[in-house]
Write a protein that binds this ligand. Structure first.
Ligand code: CO8
Length: 260
């Protein structure tokens, strides 16, 4: 698939995805959503040995200013439901992706943009970034998981306030609330995101994959998170990575993991 609205750049073992609709503040129209869906469903397989993904927005103004409002006007009930459901499917893919996905939030992360950032495993923002769920200004509610993930991340008290008031918050407020992991300057943002992935990529890849899966299990009503941890721990003991990690500890050297 040739992407129109995503720029995909391989950098070592990492892939940088840039959402590239700056004229619309990188708003997520259907085409962009489908391109994201394609990458996280199958497109990533073109990039061998992928160890991490960064998602950012083109330009300095916006990460993603929301879903594309102009596409909503023609929706009926079923159309709205299926658009929302497909968004859930795509963002769940990102949340369950087998390697870390970092949102490098370079400006406005509003509506569907904040929902995309929250589906990522980690979030670093520029000091100019602004966050919000302004859907109630439009007579809508978040439709890509925002009502649920915002509560998961910052708790019901602040989440319901932000959802009801549509207030925008700064990067400093977002870090204080636990909505993002760290702040960088606009110039250093991608470097900081790559550095975070570099650090994680020195760890055992299969263990990282199990961390993603077991942490997700906590929020999944159909799974028992404690049992998921027990099962995953058992699997880890049978990996070459564990053999290497334990041996390296005994040998007092740095482990070299091969992800097997
Ligand atoms: N959709 C479409 N176009 C957009 C969007 C958007 N979300 N945001 C900005 N744009 C466009 C503007 O229309 C404008 O285009 P044009 O130049 O052709 O008029 C261009 O981007 C630049 O925007 P502004 O001129 O408005 O820039 P400002 O600096 O004045 O303002 C803001 C920046 C404050 C970010 C402002 O653009 C804004 O408020 N944008 C909308 C933010 C918003 O409401 N986002 C939530 C959208 S709803 C949503 O995300 C629901 C998600 C769940 C969907 C479920 C599917 C069923």
């Amino acid at each position: 698939m040739t992407y129109e609205n995503l720029l995909i750049k391989k950098s070592g073992n990492f892939v940088l995805i840039t959402i590239n609709r700056p004229q619309a503040l990188n708003a997520l129209n259907t085409k962009t959503m489908e391109e994201l869906g394609h990458f996280f469903e199958t497109g990533f397989k073109h990039h061998a040995d992928i160890r991490g993904v960064i998602i950012t927005g083109a330009g300095e103004k916006a990460f993603v200013a929301g879903a594309d409002i102009k596409e909503f006007l023609a929706l009926d009930v079923d159309g709205g439901k299926s658009m929302s459901a497909r968004g859930h499917e795509i963002f769940n893919r990102i949340e369950q992706f087998h390697v870390p996905v970092v949102a490098a939030i370079n400006g406005f992360a509003l509506g569907g943009g904040l929902e995309l950032a929250m589906a990522c495993h980690l979030r670093i923002a520029s000091d100019t970034a602004r966050f919000g769920q302004p859907e109630v200004n439009l007579g809508l509610i978040p439709g890509y998981g925002g009502t649920q993930r915002l509560i998961q991340m910052i708790g019901k008290t602040k989440a319901i306030e932000l959802l009801m008031t549509a207030d925008m918050i700064s990067a400093a407020q977002a870090v204080q609330l636990g909505l993002i992991n760290a702040i960088a300057t606009q110039d250093d943002l991608l470097t900081a995101a790559f550095q975070l992935l570099e650090k994680i990529s020195t760890k055992a890849p299969l263990a990282i994959q199990e961390i993603i899966s077991t942490v997700n299990a906590y929020f999944d009503n159909t799974r028992d998170g404690f049992q998921a941890e027990i099962d995953a721990f058992g699997r880890c003991t049978q990996t070459e990575d564990f053999e290497e990690g334990a041996q390296a500890f005994i040998d007092k050297r740095k482990p070299v993991f091969n992800g097997k």
